[in-house]
Design a binder for this molecule. Structure first.
Ligand code: HEC
Length: 152
């Protein structure tokens, strides 16, 4: 290769790498949003299932502990679901998440703590106490949605 051709080839490869890098970023944001939405949908699904059992509509009382453990398991990782850059696009996340990180941290830690307690109480099998602990979890969902999620 002549030096001239070599330079053109190098520029071409650099441009290709840059475009892959860029596409990679955009995909990462879209994937982070999808991942987050699957996570929050799962929270909603488990609470929906528990509520059906509590109302005696379906399932068995002994199912509640498993659902509650799942809520606690994924409730604990909620803080990892909002990487920088994942506030743009098809998302219900409000910019306040990244503008007020301290307040946002409190909101997801409320979910983490309430869901851990919920799982513990549900494992004990006392349905009344379980219902009360679930109420606290529900408040943590609403508390975050009020300030950090777009109105539906
Ligand atoms: C720390 C804040 C926070 C907490 C706590 C929280 N959410 Fe959310 N939730 C959000 C945000 C932000 C969105 C929008 C996500 C997006 O579209 O990127 C969302 C979206 C959702 C969605 C819609 C998902 C979809 O299909 O797009 C459901 C359902 C949901 N949350 C349920 C819950 C339930 C149930 C709880 C409590 C067990 C909960 N959330 C706790 C912040 C939170």
């Amino acid at each position: 290769m002549t030096p001239f051709i070599r330079r053109i080839a190098a520029a071409g490869i650099a441009a290709m790498v840059a475009s892959i890098g860029f596409a990679g970023f955009a995909d990462a944001d879209v994937n982070a949003i999808k991942y987050r939405q699957n996570h929050t949908k799962a929270l909603g699904s488990h609470l929906g299932a528990i509520s059906a059992v509590m109302k005696g509509e379906a399932g068995k009382p002994e199912h509640v502990a498993g659902h509650a453990a799942a809520v606690a398991g994924i409730g604990a990782i909620a803080g990892d679901l909002f990487p920088a850059g994942s506030g743009e696009g098809k998302t219900g996340a409000l910019p306040s998440i990244w503008e007020k990180p301290g307040e946002f941290e409190k909101a997801w830690m409320a979910l983490r703590d309430a869901s851990a307690k919920f799982a513990e109480v549900a494992a004990g099998g006392d349905m009344k106490a379980t219902g009360a602990a679930m109420g606290t979890v529900g408040k943590s969902c609403g508390g975050c949605h009020k300030n950090f999620r777009k109105k539906q």
